[in-house]
Ligand binder design. Structure first.
Ligand code: ADP
Ligand code: MG
Length: 148
């Protein structure tokens, strides 16, 4: 198993494709943070834990790994939706993630309703998996320091 996959990097701006308007903003990791670690796994939706900047708390997350159009689809980028309501944006702040499992492949959506529905299912799947002791254990991963 390739898991756990650990990544960290300063949050960069994406294309503002409206994730925030859907209620699921996705914090983009820089290409360098994604490239090396993700080259052996397929594109799609993943789940795991995340931590932002100096916040000691480790939150559940769902991550979309996809080909990055900015790099002519030759490199991948990771977009992380954290299941927590933050008081403000955190562009430029260090984001750390531990990826623990795969949920599903990417899809092309014909309707916004279908997309939102799938995102909500992904979040449920992630929360259910992360509640299991073998996964909860990773909240204490070294990557997150002494917190968790
Ligand atoms: P972009 O295209 O720039 O990624 P988004 O609409 O996807 O724009 O919004 C992402 C930004 O929203 C993140 O970079 C972060 O600063 C902020 N943000 C606020 N709350 C969250 C959250 N719960 N999960 C991820 N990002 C969040
Ligand atoms: Mg985004």
């Amino acid at each position: 198993s390739p898991y756990p996959i650990k990544m960290k990097g300063e949050v960069v701006r994406g294309f503002g494709r409206g994730s925030k308007e859907l209620g699921t903003p996705t914090a983009n990791l820089p290409e360098e943070a994604t490239e090396a670690l993700c080259k052996d796994i397929e594109t799609g939706i993943y789940f795991g834990w995340s931590q932002v900047g100096n916040d000691p708390i480790v939150y559940p997350m769902v991550m979309s790994l996809g080909w990055n159009p900015y790099y002519k689809n030759e490199k991948r980028s990771a977009e992380v939706h954290i299941m927590h309501t933050f008081p403000e944006d955190f562009y430029g702040v260090e984001l750390r993630v531990v990826v623990l499992g795969y949920i599903r492949p990417e899809k092309d959506y014909s309707s916004l309703d279908a997309l939102i529905n799938d995102i909500n299912i992904d979040i449920q799947v992630a929360n259910n998996s992360l509640a299991r002791p073998a996964y909860t254990e990773y909240k204490k991963d070294q990557l997150f320091g002494i917190s968790g």
